[in-house]
Design a protein around this ligand. Structure first.
Ligand code: NI
Length: 648
């Protein structure tokens, strides 16, 4: 079935909820909260942090055939604002029952979107806050922006057990201008999110407001460059992919598109058709968490870091995308349906964009003797979403190439975080990006959880380094080098960092399946640009985001190990997630392996990143290595051109 480019709900033959991995529908979300409210007598002061599909076990997903009965179950996290208690529940939608209910002591669910606006309103209404503003010549809080940042964990006794946000404030000069151009420096507000009351205001002293407006929106631009001619992408016969519910097939690829409030875009059950059968590669892939540590030690800035998935729910902050603006060409959009704090459902229309892109040449050779040239054009399938977390934007782009390569690219843009600085002062831990405006040095660390299934679930992991052979009888001319493969047999052995100078990569192979050349079939994880954290090992953030210290982690599959930072990173003292999962040093040989890749983007801000940062890119690839017997794209047909076909 070929679907038209504009979304037409009538084209999906599978209704939502007809596959075990389909995200919950709006009805199912509302039904879940209604069952819980009725069966657990939940009061009005309860917030629903999460209402999400409880994914069935792998066996039943992999064994599922269309039409089989499905037991739909929801996983729920609830916060009671009255006593600050957190509960986890499971609700069977098929039976209309609460199937499990437990109190989770000592944790804080992530900061919910509802709390953002309530926190802003509470801070702006506070008389002490208004006094602090007046000291700065700000007579009304109307144009003040209050960004609630996660408070972290610094061992302060008065913060123990409280649900907190650290409000950072900025001043707009008009209702639609760039408020981040005017940080209200020196003013730090700690808010108790359960009572929605100010706990403490720290005033570190007045710094004069940065003078420039820092606007970028079209309405503020007096002039645009005039030499851009139209560039249209047209596919007169429509795109080459087909969509059925959440299932996508394109070229030889098949996959499912999923979405959760915490992770955002999820890619399920990726396979590639080869010699008449679909060969599995990935069972599930998604961002597991991310953190942005900043490098300024002063005032409250030392507390500046944010886990945008685990502390804010990057999926729930996802943009609704616009055809011709966010995505160009023949686009198919998936909506995302999520829960709000009251247990109602809301839909982000066009949350996930899917389209094909021309990607230059796929392969080429010219026989110089005959003058005969063979060239094929490459195409990729792009599945993407973009989220806005306060000042920053993150795009998550999954690319599927015809040759079996899977690539993940993060696009970073938006407005860099700013701090005020006195006139004439030069920042040590940041860059002056405009007069009296300091952008602190920082890093963005993402962790992607890649549940591999290379031709089946039983996989092994190897590290491959290229080694220079020592000169000697076997290397008389000194030119010898070779690739050396070392098995990583346990979790501790598999905690690795990149080494580009040794050409390091990691290979996941299936020891029970060999290719035509007799070697186990595999996929390799190719790192791109990457970095390690600069925070000292003693820093709080190094405990709380221990995943940053290694680029590769590997674990045996465990259904409850889903995040590099553990289930509740908000205000967590540290140690949870990957460092805790891997403590037992479990075997990862010939078993159901999950790879966790940490991707660091280092950001020393530039004046060019202000007032809005052009997109920066980082990512990694998964490439077949002996997965196929030979080049899998010989059968891609030559393209037509104005003189005939692109060959001979
Ligand atoms: Ni940045």
């Amino acid at each position: 079935m070929t679907i038209p480019a504009q979304k037409d709900p009538g084209t999906a033959t599978q209704p939502p909820g007809s596959h075990p991995l389909d995200p919950l529908t709006a009805d199912e979300i509302v039904q879940t909260s209604a069952i819980l409210k009725a069966h657990r007598q939940l009061g009005a002061r309860v917030r629903f942090e999460t209402i999400v599909l409880k994914e069935p076990d792998k066996k039943s997903v992999l064994g599922f055939r269309p039409g089989d009965p499905i037991d739909r179950e929801a996983f729920v996290v609830i916060l009671d604002n009255d006593d600050g208690a957190t509960y986890e529940a499971a609700v069977s939608l098929s039976q209309g029952q609460v199937t499990s209910w437990k109190h989770v002591p000592g944790v804080q669910p992530r900061i919910m979107f509802d709390e953002f606006s309530e926190c802003e309103a509470a801070v702006k209404a506070d008389p002490d806050f208004q006094n602090a503003l007046r000291k700065r010549g700000i007579d009304s809080p109307d144009l003040v922006m209050v960004d609630p940042w996660s408070a972290g964990h610094y061992g302060f006794a008065e913060e123990e057990g409280k649900r907190l946000a650290l409000a950072r404030c900025f001043l707009r000069s008009g209702p639609t201008d760039n408020g981040y151009a005017r940080p209200i420096e020196g003013l730090s507000v700690l808010v108790d999110l359960n009572s929605m009351k100010i706990m403490r205001i720290d005033d570190y002293g007045i710094v004069p407001m940065a003078p420039n407006p820092g606007n970028y929106a079209a309405e503020f631009m007096g002039h645009f460059r005039e030499d851009l001619k139209p560039l249209d992408i047209t596919q007169p016969e429509g795109p080459s992919f087909t969509v059925d519910g959440n299932s996508v097939t394109w070229q030889k690829w098949s996959l499912r598109v999923g979405f959760t409030p915490r992770e955002g875009l999820v890619i399920h059950t990726v396979g590639y058709e080869d010699q008449g059968r679909i060969r599995p590669i990935l069972y599930r892939a998604a961002l597991s968490d991310m953190v942005v540590p900043y490098g300024d030690p002063s005032k409250d800035h030392y507390r500046k870091n944010a886990f945008d998935a685990g502390e804010y729910g990057i999926g729930s902050l996802t943009n609704s995308l616009t055809l011709g603006c966010d995505c160009l060409g023949e686009i198919y959009y998936f909506d995302a349906t999520l829960n709000d704090g009251r247990g109602c459902a809301f839909t982000i229309p066009n949350a996930v964009c899917m389209h094909e892109e021309d990607y230059g040449i796929l392969w080429k050779h010219t026989d110089w003797r005959t003058g005969k040239a063979e060239v094929r054009r490459s195409r990729r399938l792009v599945v993407s979403s973009v989220a806005t977390v306060g000042n920053y934007e993150y795009g998550f782009f999954w690319y599927f190439y015809q040759d079996g390569t899977i690539q993940l690219e993060v696009k970073l843009t938006g407005i860099i975080n700013t701090a005020g600085i006195a006139e004439g002062e030069k920042p040590r831990h940041g860059t002056l990006v405009a007069p009296q405006l300091n952008a602190h040095v920082h890093q963005h660390f993402f962790n992607f959880r890649l549940d591999m299934s290379v031709d089946g679930e039983a996989n092994s992991v190897h590290e491959v380094n290229t080694v220079a052979e020592a000169p000697g009888p076997d290397n008389p001319h000194g030119n010898a080098f070779y690739a050396e493969s070392t098995p990583l047999k346990t979790e501790l052995e598999a905690q690795r960092i990149i080494d580009p100078l040794r050409g390091r990569y990691w290979k996941v192979s299936n020891p029970s399946v060999v290719n035509a050349l007799g070697t186990p079939v595999g996929y390799k994880l190719m790192p791109g640009e990457n970095i390690l954290p600069f925070a000292d090992p003693s820093a709080s953030i190094m405990q709380r985001a221990g995943f940053m210290t290694k680029h590769l982690w590997a674990t045996p599959y465990a259904p409850d190990e889903t995040s590099a930072t553990g289930p509740y990173p908000n205000q967590h003292p540290g140690g949870d997630g990957l460092p805790s999962y891997t403590k037992g040093n479990r075997n990862i040989e010939n078993t159901d392996v999950v790879l966790w890749y940490t991707l660091g983007y280092h950001h020393v801000p530039r004046p060019e990143d202000w007032p809005i940062a052009p997109v920066a890119y980082c990512g990694f690839s998964l490439k077949p290595v002996g997965f196929f017997d030979t080049n899998p794209v010989l059968d891609v047909p030559p393209s037509a051109h104005h003189n005939g076909a692109c060959h001979a």
